[in-house]
Structures are given as C-alpha cells and as structure tokens.
Design a protein. Sequence first.
Length: 315
Amino acid sequence: MIKRPKIAIIGAGGNVGAAVAQWAVLKELGELVLIDIKPQPAEGRALDLTQAGAWEGFNNTRFVATDKPEALAGADVIVMTAGVPRKPGQSREELIGINAGIVKGICQDVKKYAPEAVLIVVSNPLDAMVFVAKQVTGFPRERVIGSAGVLDSARFRTYLAMAAGVSVEDVQAMVLGAHTDKDMVPIVSSAMIGNVPVTKFLSAEKITEVVENTKKGGATLTGLIGTSAWLAPGAGTCLMVEAIVRDQGRILPCSVELQGEFGVKGAFLGVPVKLSAKGAEAVYEVELSAAEKAAWDKALAANTELMNIARGILG
Ligand SMILES: NC(=O)c1ccc[n+]([C@@H]2O[C@H](COP(=O)([O-])OP(=O)(O)OC[C@H]3O[C@@H](n4cnc5c(N)ncnc54)[C@H](O)[C@@H]3O)[C@@H](O)[C@H]2O)c1
C-alpha cells in the first residue's frame, strides 16, 4: 500500500497547532494526527478544518484527534506546539518553568512511540525547548529542529518589503540567533531585494526601524491580539514540514544544536539549515558584520543561560 506521510501535531487544540494543521491540509502534505491534552479542542479543530474542505477542495475526511500519545506511532514528522503561550508583557524567558515540564513529558512519549520521527519544536522559549527535546529524546541533531527563524524572517522580510514598497516575494533576508525580542539577529549585511542589497533601497535610519519592528514583532502582535500570533507561525512551521516530507532541500533558518559551526559547540541557535527528508541535513555558516557578530555573541550568551536553567529543571 502506498503510504502518505504521517504528520502528528501535539498541542493541536491550540492556535499555532491548528494553524499548522490548516496549512498542511491545504498543501495536502499527508495524514494528520491532532493530539492535545484536551481531546475535545483537538477534535473540534479537526472537524472544523475537515468541513472547510467542502469549499476549499481538499479531501481530508480521515483525521485522528486524540489525547492518546500512542497515536504518535509511525509518525514521520511531529510538530510540538504544546505549552502555554505568552501573555502581554510576559517574556519568553518567563515561560521556561512551565513549558519545560510540558515539553519533557511529551518528548518521553515521542521517544517511546516515534523513535524515527523528525521532531519540530515550536513551544517557547524556543531555543531552550529545542535543547530540552534533544536531551530527552536523545535524537541526533538532524531530527530535533526548532521553528522560530522562519517566523522572525517572515516578519523581517515583510517589514523590509513594506518600507521599500516592493513585493515581499523578492526580499531575501534571514533572522538568526536567539528567538527572543532582545537577542534575535536580523542579518542586514546579506539582505537582498531582487539580488540588490537592501541598502540601495533603504536609508540606514529606515533599516534600523525595520530591524526594531522585526525584533518587537511578536510583542506587537501579542499586544494587539492578547495572545501570541498563530497564522504566520503556523505557515512558517508548515513550510518546514513540507520541506521534510517532500524532501525539498530548502534552506531555512532553524534552531539546531551547533556542533562546531560558527565556532560554537553544544548551544542551540537559529542558523541556515538545509531541510530534507533527513531533517536538518546540513548547517551553513554565513559571514556576519561586526555589529551582527556582537549581537550573535550576545544571543549565544543569553541562550546558554536559558539552556542552563532548562538543564536545572530537567535534573
Ligand atoms: N516558535 C515560534 O515561532 C512560536 C510562535 C508562536 C507561538 N509559539 C509558542 O507555541 C506554543 C503554543 O502557542 P499557542 O498560541 O498555540 O497556545 P494555545 O494555548 O492556543 O495552545 C497550546 C495547546 O497546548 C495544549 N497542551 C498543553 N499541555 C499539553 C500536553 N502536555 N500535551 C498535549 N497538549 C498540551 C493545550 O491544551 C493547548 O491546546 C506556546 O509555547 C507559544 O509561546 C511559538
């Protein structure tokens, strides 16, 4: 029998998980399993989405929605969005105590039921949660990947496009480093619009404004909506799922364990990664300007501190 990829989303009763499911269904990426500690919202999201198919022309009448971790068995890709989202004014760092416990428990299930899966972590504080996932599952770094750079880069590209008055499709720009307002590193030195450096389109002041808007992108939305955003996070995460299940070899900014790249060993930071059926198949180094290198070093220090807090929680 021809097998479609099995994609499990944990925390799927919530906003980000449901958004990942929505984009995944529209792209017909595979069989979806929606898991949540509260099974009813997961079932509700699945049913709602299924009924959208009547108009949107996708056929996904076979879904699983459950609170049972056994449903992870045979999953090719697992997306973890379980956890508590940020409240207005709350930092990602403040979330660590709550979400580390949740992520730890789920990762024990992932290891038990789906030891061959590629795990994409979305729960915040992101880089520390990727560390927790890697520690608990013991998976190789190729199969424990954090989703955050895709969102931060989408925001960076969007603000650049808005400032320059161009199509976002022609903006190539990445955000690396940590997934926190203070320590993400939007890479201006290699940002391009249609292969032309962004400095040809925007003044230094405008670029600084774009960088600031990007850094506070999450807080802006949390302030407006009252909880963290979900559509763009879901779209970016789904892009990662697609790159893996379709073996696309896309180069996307993802958080992984550094194993000597950028001169760093054992810390988790957002870097350009090749995503294929193997997961994070390769990590690429980029040249940073002096200011970006200083910001990168600050991000490394901040993430190392968070990782140490998480290590303490893991015991
Ligand atoms: N990395 C990113 O780019 C990014 C972007 C947005 C949100 N987030 C993070 O994603 C997470 C989810 O955000 P949200 O807005 O969807 O929150 P939400 O509250 O809408 O959904 C979270 C879901 O997780 C479920 N859950 C909690 N504990 C669980 C467990 N042990 N097992 C299974 N399910 C469990 C909850 O029942 C809930 O349905 C948060 O940590 C948030 O900060 C990350």
